[in-house]
Write a protein that binds this ligand. Structure first.
Ligand SMILES: [Zn+2]
Length: 346
């Protein structure tokens, strides 16, 4: 492993030397242990941190590392078919910090110094409370929407616009399909539009809703949308709402909803900010309801955490690091840097 030559070692406030590196995954090393952050493939480390149960975060921790994850993440991962065996929530020198992204999502604060956000939201949405972040010296932050054009509409405004749309559809006896990621977004949609009915759930959404209810989230119970003849008899009494996974409007399920029942398809994603998203995805309407920070919220998060060094990961990592530099932060993207050790810091 190459040592960082340029930045030099800095001793933490607790007397520990901590380094952040990126080689096939983000790795933090202290004098006492190594910690892989959301490893997407097996990396040798003493500990592996799984920030939340989205599919790109739960697989392939190294078999020998001890797992760190919230109990909700462990349960939601299990429902998705991933066993996070022996995961713990507490460890000396480590604090898990609420990330506000989905149920059970956490960031991690290492030795009171290095804060890794995982996927993050500072905004309250339905049953999810946004998180302000945490004060730190070095921050590794997600920058999925780190471009100034991504500024999201207020959740209440989205709910009111969509409710108006649903009312118009129902008035014409047209059913509605609401789409979003089955874990996280679909439960938020279920919560935000709980006053409408009847609502049926795609099987994958039903499974995740039930898991949320088991974990104490107050969601209305809906039956799932059967396939075949049962579906036909259930759905022929129009209008209704189906909550379905985010998929192209050209997918078989959505096509059936449209062609056989005349359904109007509404998608929920931060990418809806992009003009042409609805057309590209083949949906009728798209709304920018996101489980991530928008551009302004990312800036606000960086200011609140107030680190002396920021590494950006995901999405607009390079562009957002440039913006942070413009604001006076010492920032650079972590991904795509080849050296194994990028810095040593407190
Ligand atoms: Zn996520």
């Amino acid at each position: 492993m190459k040592e960082a030559k340029t930045q030099g070692a800095v001793i933490s406030r607790h007397g520990k030397r901590i380094s952040v590196s990126h080689r096939g995954g983000i790795m933090v090393r202290t004098g006492s242990y190594s910690l892989a952050l959301d490893p997407r493939r097996a990396i040798k480390s003493d500990y592996s941190f799984v920030s939340h149960a989205h599919i790109d975060h739960v697989h392939s921790p190294d078999g020998n590392s001890k797992l760190l994850a919230s109990k909700e993440t462990v349960e939601l991962a299990r429902v998705r078919g991933y066993e996070l065996k022996g995961a713990v929530e507490e460890l000396n020198g480590i604090d898990l910090v609420d990330a506000g992204h989905i149920l059970g999502s956490r960031g991690i604060l290492i030795e009171d110094s290095v804060f890794y956000t995982g996927d993050f939201s500072t905004r309250d949405r339905g049953f999810l409370k946004g998180s302000p972040g945490v004060k730190c010296d070095t921050m590794i932050m997600e920058t999925t929407y780190g471009n100034p054009r991504y500024v999201f509409t207020d959740t209440e405004k989205i709910v009111s616009q969509v409710s108006k749309l649903i009312a118009e559809c129902f008035h014409r006896c047209r059913p509605v399909v609401l789409t979003g990621y089955p874990l996280g977004k679909a439960q938020l949609i279920t919560h935000l539009f709980r006053n409408w009915g009847p609502i049926y759930l795609h099987e994958s959404v039903h499974r995740m809703n039930e898991a949320h209810i088991k974990l104490g989230v107050e969601l209305p119970k809906h039956s799932f949308c059967e396939t075949g003849s049962k579906q036909q008899s259930l759905l022929k009494k129009r209008p209704w709402i189906v909550i379905s996974p985010a998929s192209s409007g050209r997918s078989q399920f959505i096509r059936t909803m449209r062609e056989e029942f005349g359904a109007v398809v509404i998608a929920f994603t931060g990418w809806a900010v992009d003009r042409g998203y609805s057309y590209a995805m083949g949906v009728d309407y798209a709304f920018d309801l996101s489980d991530h920070c928008d551009f302004n919220e990312l800036v606000q998060l960086a200011k609140y955490c107030n680190p002396s060094k920021i590494y950006t990961v995901h999405g607009f990592a390079l562009e957002f690091a440039e913006h942070l530099k413009f604001l006076g932060f010492d920032a650079e993207p972590l991904e795509g840097v080849e050296q194994s050790t990028l810095t040593s810091y407190a």
